[in-house]
Ligand binder design. Structure first.
Ligand SMILES: Nc1nc(O)c(N)c(N[C@@H]2O[C@H](COP(=O)(O)O)[C@@H](O)[C@H]2O)n1
Length: 216
């Protein structure tokens, strides 16, 4: 599975999923909504900076050269607003963004697991061996869209779901807790607020819902 995801060569390859055979999440309140990057309750800490959701972290990674934009993104309470704050700057995303975004997403999911090992791990393992799919209205790159109005079938590249499945398989073998440590990606300028992103370790993030803006 890693090789399928290790390049965007298969970009455009749409997969078809039958709803009754998969774990699908659409809203964060769904049974498996915690798998969404928009889900709250899985706080992160990078270089001692608290970040409320994987979505905010992912969006901030677009702009290593723009710390003020990163600060604005991770300063939002709402993950959707964090995503919206990145939108006006998208054209200024790091120049290799389209090539590296799936690697960044894989790293964000690793961080989410490392720092929320019990809760997120339990949710991942509860999907057992089923395909995981994020249902989306518009985005059939990260997720999959309804094939028709019955909703019985979804079609998309489902890159996020495939990364989650990849992580689930690693977690099944993680008897030593190796996934509680996450090395930084070896990308040029992998920065947060002007500093190189350091190794991420379990603990540290806390789950006290302290608002990120309080840190600024
Ligand atoms: N707009 C929107 N609404 C939701 O409810 C979503 N779950 C998403 N998808 C997430 O957006 C992220 C990708 O953002 P880019 O389009 O690459 O900037 C990723 O976390 C998707 O899962 N989008």
């Amino acid at each position: 599975m890693t090789s399928r995801l290790s390049t965007d060569k298969d970009e455009g390859l749409l997969r078809t999923y039958v709803r009754s055979e998969i774990v699908v999440f659409y809203k964060t309140k769904d049974e498996f909504g915690g798998l969404s990057n928009m889900a709250s309750g899985y706080p992160l800490r990078i270089n001692r900076v608290r970040i409320l959701t994987a979505e905010a972290l992912y969006q901030a990674c677009r702009f290593p050269h723009m710390p003020d934009v990163q600060r604005e993104i991770i300063g939002q309470y709402s993950p959707m607003t964090a995503k919206m704050k990145s939108k006006p700057h998208r054209k200024d995303s790091r120049p290799d963004w389209d090539d590296v975004r799936y690697k960044v997403m894989r790293w964000c999911l690793r961080v989410k697991l490392a720092q929320n090992y019990e809760e997120f791990g339990r949710l991942l393992l509860a999907t057992r061996d089923r395909p995981i799919v994020e249902q989306s209205r518009k985005d059939d790159y990260w997720g999959a869209k309804l094939a028709d109005e019955t909703g019985a079938t979804l079609i998309g590249q489902n890159v996020l779901g495939r990364l989650l499945m990849e992580l689930r398989e690693k977690l099944k073998d993680d008897t030593e807790g190796a996934l509680k440590t996450v090395l930084p990606l070896s990308l040029p300028d992998f920065l947060l607020l002007g500093r190189p992103i350091e190794t991420v370790r379990a603990g540290g993030a806390g789950n006290d819902r302290m608002p990120q803006p309080a840190l600024f």
